[in-house]
Design a protein around this ligand. Structure first.
Ligand code: AMP
Length: 220
């Protein structure tokens, strides 16, 4: 299955993507994660991208399209993938359609998660992650056992992403509304869009996504 997870920052795409990956084994391709890894390794691309993402802005389309093209050509993505954070612009969406068409394949489904802006601001402000395993926590709705350290790496303090700072959150949401929301129409037009309420619990959302996947697989 070739799946895109679409939706604003903080809506739970990463959480759902990790669960899909754990259950079905399709690689989870998170472009934000790829950029943060590149920055941590100190590559020129990573450092340049960090400047933009720390400010809440998008990294240029040609850079992102190149990254994803290369990642999708790896063997583990040949029988399916879960894209989280890509595409984010209509140019990226068209490029993805082309990349897949070149390989004689296409997207099976686009899962749109949505939630009101004030809920996203609240969630992103409370979001923390383990710098070692990247496990996501939320200090309000899904805190770690001791309130501070990763459950699986008890010596490691959880961290707040630089771009989860309050001002940057608002900028990221504005960028989403302007640049990414138009993709809803793109995928609705292709008949691929399935919508989920991101305000439900992660378990409820996951149950609904699983049902859709079962349906799409049965149709295919
Ligand atoms: P995310 O982890 O998906 O919230 O992404 C973090 C940041 O990485 C974004 O705010 C952007 O600056 C950058 N980024 C990730 N994916 C893309 C993309 N598809 N296009 C442009 N920038 C991206």
């Amino acid at each position: 299955m070739n799946i895109v997870l679409l939706g604003p920052p903080g809506v739970g795409k990463g959480t759902q993507g990790r669960r899909l990956n754990a259950e079905f084994g399709w690689p989870l391709i998170s472009t934000g994660e790829m950029l943060r890894d590149a920055a941590a390794r100190g590559t020129p691309l990573g450092l340049e991208a960090k400047r933009m993402s720390d400010a809440g802005d998008l990294v240029p389309d040609d850079v992102m399209i190149g990254l994803v093209r290369e990642r999708l050509s790896q063997p583990d993505a040949s029988t399916g993938f879960i894209l989280d954070g890509f595409p984010r612009t209509t140019i990226q969406a068209s490029a993805l359609d082309d990349i897949l068409a070149e390989r004689g394949t296409s997207l099976d489904t686009v899962a749109l998660l949505n939630a009101p802006g004030e809920e996203l601001v609240r969630r992103l402000g409370a979001r923390r992650e383990c710098p070692v395993c990247k496990r996501a926590y939320n200090l309000i709705s899904a805190p770690p056992r001791d309130g501070r350290h990763c459950d699986d790496h008890v010596e490691v303090d959880l961290v707040r992403r630089v771009d989860d700072a309050d001002d940057t959150i608002r900028q990221r949401l504005a960028v989403y509304r302007k640049q990414t929301e138009p993709l809803i129409g793109h995928y609705r037009g292709q008949g691929k869009l399935r919508e989920f309420s991101g305000t439900e619990s992660a378990d409820v959302v996951y149950g609904a996504i699983r049902q859709v996947i079962a349906m799409v697989r049965a149709e295919g």
